[in-house]
Design a protein around this ligand. Structure first.
Ligand code: IPM
Ligand code: MG
Length: 370
């Protein structure tokens, strides 16, 4: 069997602890299922800065480009708050997204039944919630030029970021959204600010045209992004797939994440275009949560988002659908049994640390996949 090459970038803070739990699942799959995963590991974020003076080294970038999939933990922490902007920990993640051309960021917000009480909204508003936010990830104001602070010479400075989208960028992300919708409830809501932004006007037009040309079987709705944020907290279950730009997607996916009870629960996949010859997509999988420096190293972090990110990797990079389903089911079963890390702790549940949570999910996965 051909090797499945995984490049692991645990990063900073709780990243390495969470990744440790995924490593156990990889080892089990190799042993018991002959899955053929070959792993290599690198540094990203603050730890890479400490080692190489860069947020990711050229050698590790090459490995990320060559791998079948990258598993990413988290980056950043107060230790690196004052390093130069170009080499801040987040620059490593942004470079990976840009150089691997991972334009489609899939952020599912699923509310596990066992956790509906942990949401800041009333349980009935979030029970059974299953939204997929598709965030454009390599364009918009994150990368547009000019991006600078200029000195106006009169004691004033000017900070400039540029929001820019070309037709092809909107077309391809809209295509991903419509295709994903077809595998779900067949509904897409596109969000922009066409009432104030030219890029929003174009976004709206291109999504509408793409829909008309190729995906008219899918139900399409448009919403202004601010109203979309309001609707997400008012009546989140009205949405199936949401497609939006890089900055709005960053904010709206955090909002959606919190609806589910904890940021520690949510995985994400960042995908490139399928290769013309092999059909393979470059891909990076990462939890939506950050490095949580306040709890790093204490063994209490919730590894579920990282494990669920690996489930997305099984699904989207290796087409191991049954294994992905089993791993997701294992997470749900462990939650049903009342096993919780501190961030999702509830009355009557049993509080465990990172390793115990990982072990419980692995044990459940073994049972399901036996
Ligand atoms: C995210 C994060 C990143 C982003 C940061 C760490 C650069 O917030 O993945 O949502 O803004 O994209
Ligand atoms: Mg974010």
């Amino acid at each position: 069997m051909t090797a499945r090459n995984l490049f692991l970038l645990p990063g900073d803070g709780i990243g390495p602890e969470a990744m440790g739990e995924v490593r156990k699942i990889i080892a089990y799959m190799n042993e018991a299922m002959n899955a053929g995963f070959v792993t290599d590991e690198g540094l990203v974020g603050g730890c890479a800065y400490d080692a190489h003076g860069a947020a990711i080294s050229e050698a590790d970038m090459q490995k990320a480009l060559a791998a079948d999939a990258v598993l990413f933990g988290a980056v950043g922490g107060p230790k690196w708050d004052s390093v130069p902007y170009e080499v801040r920990p987040e620059a490593g993640l942004l470079r990976l997204r840009k150089d691997l051309q991972l334009f489609a960021n899939l952020r599912p917000a699923i509310c596990y039944p066992a956790l509906s009480a942990a949401s800041s909204l009333k349980p009935e508003l979030v029970e059974g919630l299953d939204i997929l936010i598709i965030r454009e990830l390599t364009g918009g104001v994150y990368f547009g030029e000019p991006k600078e602070i200029i000195d106006l010479g009169n004691g004033q400075k000017r900070g400039i970021d540029t929001q820019v989208y070309d037709t092809y960028e909107i077309e391809r992300i809209a295509g991903v959204a419509f295709e994903m919708a077809r595998t779900r409830q067949n509904r897409v809501c596109s969000m922009e600010k066409r009432n104030v932004m030219k890029s929003g006007v174009l976004w709206n037009q291109v999504v509408t045209e793409t829909h008309k040309a190729k995906y008219s079987d899918v139900q399409l709705e448009h919403m202004l992004a601010d109203a979309g944020g309001m609707q997400l907290v008012r009546q989140p279950k009205q949405f199936d797939v949401i497609v939006t730009d890089n900055l709005f997607g960053d904010m709206l996916s955090d909002v959606a994440a919190m609806l589910t009870g904890s940021l520690g629960m949510l995985p994400s996949a960042s995908l490139g275009a399928p290769d013309g010859k092999t059909g393979k997509r470059k891909a990076l999988y990462e939890p939506v949560h950050g490095s949580a420096p306040d709890i790093a190293g204490k063994g209490i972090a919730n590894p579920i988002a990282m494990i669920a990110s690996f489930a997305m990797c099984l699904r989207y990079s290796f087409n191991l659908v049954k294994e992905a389903d089993d791993l997701e089911k294992a997470i749900a079963n462990v939650l049903d049994k009342g096993i919780r890390t501190g961030d999702i702790m509830a009355d009557g549940a049993r509080q465990v640390g990172t390793v115990e949570m990982g072990d419980a999910i692995l044990a459940e996965f073994k049972t399901l996949s036996a």
